[in-house]
Design a protein around this ligand. Structure first.
Ligand code: ZN
Length: 869
């Protein structure tokens, strides 16, 4: 195939549309793979037993494969009997039942894209979702072709571990130096869930007995010295297995469940049937080596991949447009699981923070797309915050509306109807509706429409009639690509507070049609609506969107005093936090005075610090510069935002200085037996330390140094190191060296060392150069790239100055070596169009220049979208 001269033209030609979906012409009943790994090549033999389903040619997808032989029913085909191009092998006149045999050669040892089968150090692993399997062998590599896989893996004995999906049938010797293993997966699955692992790994073993009495062998594979760091993941796995039985009635279905930790991995983890492959960052957890945040993430990703066994694997997607069917639902499930692990309010705060800081900006800019897109060029570009996080919110809204019992009836119906099938978002909504008895079809619009809705609310209190009226109005920003935007169903959880007593009013609105206000949730299902509450004896303070009941931008004219009231009196921890954020946004973006915020925190924090230190730490969140930037649509000046934010932090440090110091000295996380309590105290101590350092008090550096030297906990160590390094303390250099010496052979800890320096507010181009030319920097390890790039991106002032060249160069390099990661990193620049001139034009020119040189579908599609504003 020719590479078109103009990549944009090429990209346009490769667009795939949802409306063009066609059933596969052939189904595969069973597939036998034989994978023989050698040092400089790998041979893949495959035998497909296929059966015709509809008229037409049989298209086997394949990329970068060297075809050695192809047979149909034992007859070798000559090259004029098939058509082969860079993407597919087409066979015409295949009998209705046939056996297709192929032999191909592939090169995992040269695979830098980390897609298909690739070598990562001493390990060979696979990543096949969404379209990696076609880089292993010719196959109808699409999720609606489900088959039973038998896999023989053969390799040198220096790789003692040979894994594939399912049950181990046989192992044996080929000769003195080589051995093999044969695995059979009894469950039908699409090719994207195929996995194999070849390497030298140690294993942590455990067992779990399911509610059905199945005794499951649990195994986590990692390099020997990381095995002790797998214990938290193992506990989380067993916990997830129990949780899915209790909350969704879903027991595990195989006799073994394996997880493999890999340090070179494009994403977080992958739910391959019975053989999950994980980025080490999402499986290794140990207070000594990883932060509290990382430990929480490990538990949630373990749960996420486990939950995919039912939502994703047993019931999969018909096509990749339906990606959010499995991802949105599975994220909602893992979020609910995590809400049971720690303070539910804090989990919600953390999930909404991610949604608002990543998904909202994505949906407001040129990369906006519906959770279920209707076209794409490169599906890898659609593993987005919109598909995952907004997808989760859609499921949460429906679950909120239905309540526990009906939601469960709905999910039961889904599993009953569709187990073993490849389905669509429509199938999910209709099963959920049928099972619960509630028509949810309007929620389909959430899947099909892009953009964050604006929810405008106005209010009026009538003292004479003692009634309180809310008027709701929703609107969606115009989008040329989706001209017919319809109103969405929006559940609004709300409460009314008595200003004088701080108590809640009972919601009484009997002029409403039945069920409109239920358990404090009002369903707005039209463009505009009015609700009047009775028996409201005094003008109330309303708290809207409690627990963030819908992913919308709320526009309500709160007074600063009302927000301060909510910080002090709201009993929903999430909305308490939301009130702090709304108030801070006004101070930072609209020049409101800071005093009501400071007073409210002074009144509130001392009580919460002891009761719920984790929530207290979140109430001290100040929106990041990056988040604030996402709230600005034009004429954005990064340095102005930075200055304002610093001024606020300094004022705050001063106003609460004695409270910060006393609290810092009074907390002792070691005395807490509950992890989440200790984690909260550690978070608080680190926040206090950084506020104290803002006061310019040298003694604080000694405290930080002491914390750094005496702790064995990574969150405490990094918190202290950050204060020293970011404030250029005299002790900084030595501490950095000490950290390096201690952790230079611990990649995840070393990532933190890179990140912390790249994130230094005054990091310069030289800092980044020093880090990227450090002997431990490695462009073949996405985690390391992300450590430096993510750190740099922590400071928009730096990211939008010398950072632009950094990201452009990286995208250019990765375009060829690892386009999945390259495309993703480039998205950091997607809000270029909001910048004030002349920066705006400068960055646009850089991006336009980049377009001339890149070739991958991934990067080209992203660039085209980014430049389409
Ligand atoms: Zn997932």
């Amino acid at each position: 195939m020719n590479i078109a001269a103009n990549p944009a033209v090429e990209a346009a030609d490769q667009t795939v549309y949802l409306k063009d979906y066609k059933k596969p012409t052939f189904l595969v009943d069973s597939v036998h793979l034989d994978i023989q790994v050698f040092q400089d090549h790998t041979i893949v033999d495959s035998i497909l037993n296929v059966k015709r389903q509809t008229e037409g040619d049989f298209v086997l997808l394949g990329r970068d494969l060297e075809l050695k032989e192809i047979k149909v029913n034992d007859v070798v085909l000559t090259s004029d009997q098939y058509q082969l191009d860079t993407e597919q092998l087409t066979l015409t006149n295949v009998p209705d039942i046939a056996v297709i045999t192929t032999r191909v050669i592939i090169h995992p040892e040269k695979n830098t894209m980390l897609e298909g089968l690739y070598q990562a150090g001493n390990l060979f692993v696979t990543q096949n979702e969404p379209e990696g399997f076609r880089k292993i062998t010719f196959y109808p590599d699409r999720p609606d072709v489900l088959s039973v896989f038998t896999t023989r893996v053969e390799a040198d004995k220096k790789y003692p571990v040979l894994l594939a999906n399912g049950n181990l049938l046989e192992t044996g010797e080929v000769n003195a130096s080589r051995h093999y293993a044969i695995w059979e997966d009894p469950t039908k699955k699409p090719s994207y869930l195929f996995a194999c692992v070849i390497g030298d790994l140690a294993v942590l073993k455990d067992r779990y007995v399911t509610s059905e009495g199945r005794d499951v062998a649990l195994e986590i594979y990692a390099i020997e010295k990381d095995i002790p760091k797998c214990k938290i993941a193992m506990e989380a796995l067993k916990h997830s297995m129990r949780w899915d039985e209790e909350h969704y009635g879903r027991p595990y279905d195989l006799d073994n469940y394996m997880i493999v930790a890999v340090s070179q991995f494009n994403m977080g983890a992958m739910e391959n049937k019975g053989l999950n492959i994980f980025n080490t960052s999402c499986v290794l957890a140990d207070e000594e080596y990883t932060t509290d945040a990382a430990i929480m993430r490990v538990q949630s990703v373990i749960a996420h991949e486990y939950f995919h066994n039912w939502t994703g694997n047993r019931i999969t997607c018909r096509d990749w447009f339906q990606l959010c069917l499995k991802e949105g639902l599975t994220v909602f499930r893992d979020q609910s699981f995590s809400e049971d692990l720690q303070s539910a309010a804090v989990q919600r705060i953390d999930d909404v923070s991610i949604l608002k800081s990543h998904q909202f900006p994505e949906d407001a800019g040129p990369l906006s797309h519906p959770p279920r897109p209707d076209h794409f060029v490169e599906i890898n570009n659609f593993y987005t915050a919109t598909v995952y996080e907004k997808g989760a919110e859609i499921n949460r809204m429906m679950a909120t509306l239905l309540g526990k019992e009906k939601y469960r009836q709905g999910t039961d119906e889904y599993f009953k109807r569709h187990d073993g099938q490849a389905v669509t978002v429509e199938d999910w909504i209709s099963a959920l509706s049928a099972g619960s008895g509630v028509d949810l079809s309007a929620f389909l619009r959430w899947y099909n429409q892009p953009g964050t809705p604006k929810l405008q609310v106005t209010h009026k209190y009538d003292a004479v009639n003692q009634s309180y009226t809310l008027v709701f109005k929703q609107s969606l920003r115009k989008n040329d690509k989706y001209p017919e935007l319809k109103p969405l169903p929006i559940p609004v959880a709300l409460a009314l507070f008595n200003k004088d007593s701080g108590e809640q009013f009972t919601l009484d609105a009997d002029d409403l049609v039945e069920n409109q206000v239920k358990d404090g949730v009002y369903l707005l299902n039209s463009e505009e609506a009015t609700v009047t509450f009775k028996n409201i004896t005094t003008e109330p303070v309303v708290s809207l969107l409690r627990n963030f009941s819908a992913p919308v931008n709320l526009d309500f004219d709160y007074t600063d005093d009302a927000l301060a009231f909510l910080i002090e009196h709201e009993t929903n921890g999430f909305n308490q936090w939301q009130a702090t954020q709304t108030l801070l946004e006004r101070i930072l973006l609209e020049d409101h005075v800071a005093q009501p915020y400071i007073d409210a925190l002074k009144n509130t924090l001392p009580n919460i610090v002891k009761k719920d230190p984790l929530l207290a730490s979140r109430l001290l969140d100040v929106p990041s510069e990056g988040y604030l930037a996402s709230r600005i649509d034009e004429n954005y000046k990064p340095d102005v935002i930075q200055e304002k934010r610093n001024a606020l932090l300094n004022a705050f440090a001063k106003a609460l200085s004695s409270f910060f110091k006393e609290t810092y000295l009074s907390l002792d996380p070691k005395l807490q037996s509950e992890f989440s309590q200790a984690m909260g105290e550690r978070a608080l101590k680190n926040i206090m330390l950084s506020y104290m350092a803002r006061q310019g008090d040298e003694a604080v550096f000694e405290l930080a140094k002491q914390q750094f030297d005496t702790t064995s906990n990574m969150s405490e160590r990094l918190g202290a190191l950050k204060v020293l390094v970011w404030n250029d303390a005299p002790q900084a250099k030595e501490a950095l060296e000490k950290f390096y010496t201690r952790f230079k052979d611990e990649p995840l800890a070393l990532d933190q060392w890179f990140m912390l320096q790249a994130a230094h507010p005054n990091a310069t181009q030289e800092t980044i150069q020093y880090l990227t030319s450090h002997p431990d920097y490695d462009l073949g390890t996405p985690n390391r790239i992300r450590a430096v790039s993510g750190g740099l991106n922590n400071n928009p002032v730096n990211a939008w100055s010398y950072g632009v060249a950094h990201f452009i160069e990286l995208a250019q390099y990765l375009d060829e070596k690892n386009p999945i990661v390259g495309s993703r990193l480039l998205q950091v620049l997607s809000r270029w169009y909001t910048l004030a001139e002349p920066k705006r034009t400068e960055v646009k020119e850089e991006l336009t220049k980049l377009k001339e040189t890149v070739k991958s579908k991934n990067v080209v599609e992203t660039l085209n979208s980014m430049l389409s504003v």
